[in-house]
Structure formats: structure tokens, C-alpha cells
Design a protein around this ligand. Structure first.
Ligand code: ITT
Length: 193
């Protein structure tokens, strides 16, 4: 069985997480850099699933093998589930650190701090398209702390923990995150298809 997968992302943090999670299952994850693909892949859709599919389809005629795409986001209940599918484009004038600080500030007097990370993975294998969407739930932290992970990790405290992903060992994120859950479903699909 072919155990090499191309991941259609330009986000090197995602590549690292996919490699760490899939390696124990015996999969090799190639990045777009590995195949010398440097064109931008546009995210023009309003759902995670459609964006994940678009990422895979952009590579369909470029790579002959298993291709996966990941579209993810951060949903905050008190902000009407923003930034959601627009997470990568939220407050573009701010650095990610400033963005996290701005979110903490917006929620300063908010009792409902519930939030979720979302990950949709699309997979193209033998001309068949498969998609999953998974969420991990938590609360928004009261301050921006820690350096592990990326993006909104410094303000996401997963349910059952008292620290954000940025302060937890990365092996914990790789077990319980939205991406870990979606990858678990992907492995089940690949092993049974
Ligand atoms: P690609 O489209 O090239 O895959 P991207 O960074 O643009 O990379 P997304 O469109 O899926 O990825 O954007 C999701 C944004 O949500 C991402 O830039 C992060 O800021 C945030 N995000 C996604 N997964 C995350 C995670 O596991 N931890 C923290 N933040 C995350």
C-alpha cells in the first residue's frame, strides 16, 4: 500500500503536525516545498470543507498519488463564532500575537469563554474524494502566553486542561486537537479503502 501523502499547505506548522501524527502509522508526509510547488492556493469558499477540497483539487494535476488538504479555524462563541472559516484572514493588519491580544481584550468582561478549533481534511486517493470535519473544544485564555504550536494556540485552553496548547507538551496537542481527530479519521479511511 502507498504510504506517501502530499499535504497541500504552505503552513509549515501544519506540515510538522501532520508528520508527527502520521509518522507512527508509517506514513511519509510530503510538503509543497518538497515537490517544488510555490503557487498560492486561494481560499475563496465559505465552508471549511469546500476550502479543504479546493486545496486538494489545486494539486490534482500536479501530483500523482494521495493528496490531502487541511482547512482550519478558531470559533469563539461570544464573538458569534468568529473568526471561523476566515481565521487566516482575520485582522490582517495585526501580527498573530497582536490578534491574540485583541481577542483576549474583546473577551475581557465576557463570562462565556467557550470556543473550538475546527479542522477539515479532504483526501484524494485513486480519483475518490473523501472529507472529514472535526472540532476540539475549549475556552479562551485570559492572557496570551507560551510559545509551543502556532496561530491561536496561545489562547486556546483545551477542555480538561488548565493551560493553553502553547504551554502544554506538543504530544498532548497531537493527541487531542481538531487536527489529531481529523487525522485519526483519515487514517481509518486510508487503512480501509
Ligand atoms: P494553508 O491554507 O496553506 O493550509 P493557512 O495557515 O492559511 O495554511 P488555514 O487557511 O486553514 O491555514 O487557516 C487557519 C488559520 O487558523 C491559521 O492560519 C491559524 O492562524 C489558525 N489555526 C489553524 N489551526 C490551528 C492550530 O492547530 N493552532 C492554532 N491556530 C490554528
Amino acid at each position: 500500500m502507498n504510504k506517501t501523502i502530499l499535504l497541500a499547505t504552505h503552513n509549515h506548522n501544519k506540515v510538522k503536525e501532520f508528520q508527527e501524527i502520521l509518522q507512527p502509522y508509517g506514513y511519509d508526509v510530503l510538503s509543497l516545498k518538497d515537490i517544488g510547488y510555490n503557487k498560492e492556493i486561494k481560499e475563496e469558499h465559505t465552508t471549511y470543507k469546500d476550502n479543504a477540497i479546493a486545496k486538494v483539487e489545486a494539486l490534482e494535476h500536479v501530483y500523482d498519488g494521495i493528496i490531502i488538504g487541511d482547512d482550519s479555524g478558531f470559533e469563539i462563541a461570544a464573538l458569534n463564532f468568529q473568526p471561523g472559516v476566515y481565521s487566516a484572514r482575520f485582522m490582517p493588519e495585526y501580527s498573530i500575537k497582536e490578534r491574540n491580544q485583541a481577542i483576549v481584550e474583546k473577551l475581557k468582561n465576557e463570562d462565556d469563554r467557550s470556543c473550538a478549533f475546527v479542522c477539515s481534511i479532504a483526501c484524494l486517493k485513486d480519483d475518490k474524494l473523501w472529507v472529514t470535519i472535526n472540532r476540539s473544544f475549549g475556552t479562551v485564555a485570559k492572557e496570551v502566553e507560551g510559545t509551543n504550536g502556532f496561530g491561536y494556540d496561545p489562547i486556546f485552553i483545551p477542555l480538561g486542561y488548565d493551560k493553553p496548547f502553547s504551554l502544554l507538551d506538543r504530544s498532548i496537542k497531537n493527541k487531542i486537537s481538531h487536527r489529531a481527530l481529523a487525522i485519526e479519521a483519515l487514517v481509518q479511511y486510508l487503512e480501509n479503502s
